[in-house]
Write a new protein. Sequence first.
Length: 432
Amino acid sequence: MTLAGGTVLVGLPARAWSLSSFQFPLFTIKLPQKLLTCCDWAADPGVQQLKGASMERSVDSLLSLYRPENPLEKASTIPSPWYFDPRIARLENERVFAHTWQVAGRLDQVREKGQYFTVELGDEPIVVVRGEDGVLRAFYNVCRHHAAAVVTEVQGCAKQFRCPYHGWTYGNDGTLKGMVEFEGVCDFDRTKNGLVPIAVDTWENFVFVNLDGSAVSLKDFLANVPDLVAPLRLTEKLKFLDRRVYTLNCNWKVYVDNYLDGGYHVPHAHKGLSSVIEYTSYTIENFDRACLQSSPLSSDSGSETSVANTRLGRAFYLWLYPNFMINAYEGVMDTNLVLPLAVDKCAVVFDYYFGDTSAAAEERNRQSIRVSEVVQDEDMAICDAVQRGLASRAYLAGRLSVRREAGEHLFHRLLHADLTRGTQQTGNAAAD
């Protein structure tokens, strides 16, 4: 997989996170005559036998195990089969990732006329380009002749794109400019055979695309998120510096759950970060499709020097449904984009931004990235272990902390609403 910005995930097929292309043994469960809901599982004496059974349940049956109407104090997590059943993964690809605004790259990559980058969203190849007219556009990176990728470079600058297969040429506005040896073809309208457009929009330094032609606008999708972020003045204060990509042996939702647990795991899993987070003052606030977690930061003498010196002021952790996070401190920010690679594997793309990117600040910035890497290594170990535990016959669902896990509750309800869209079930997800 190649990401915008030139990062290549070695050892994975080019379309690795096209979930529909993966085939995995179905993990099936047999339910008792009484259809259990997640809240029933913990008290049911037959819970250990459920996962060992061989009768396959339908996807609708698996979806019905979650009860989105339950308030947080009565809620359970989504059921564990949602984390390893390939049918759920395929459904997520179709109903979540293909219908939500997804971060494709950065605005600083396409500020000038002709600048472009390529990326894959699910199994769809995409090119984002700034036209000669100054308009930002996105297209399926698929030639209208025989479906080859028209743009083969990760990023660059060009007025035209020439397909390497048969030489068809397109302007950077998507129009078909020329075809080699195509004389004599009847009933062919060049104006109707340009690159197929995709919805694209920007917010802050982020470029979003949406494969759903009837989707709500990015403005409506974000709702009040821009108002939450505006006081941080991210675009004004911070510049992109570097990128890291991590591959985790867990379902993408495990990583999101971990992020949204309201700092619940921080005192136990992140000793360095815990030394500066004021845990008792940690706040969690849900919005339509977002969750904002925040905490004052302490820099007392008992803190670990490297963490205390690079995490100052107040921590802001913003999650945007379904898979994008912004982590901001004083003069420092990193963003996390979680990409499904397989039903039990995901990639997390970290982009690092700093207020001062001069040579004088280089060592401090590198130290900040090293601190982030330590925290990420700790999270990777946790998430990998959780994925293994989710497959155990001893576990089907867990209860949520009212004090800490409101963000997880929101995530699970939004996910249920998307997955059941178009089925006989309904799911309403509203912020607490």
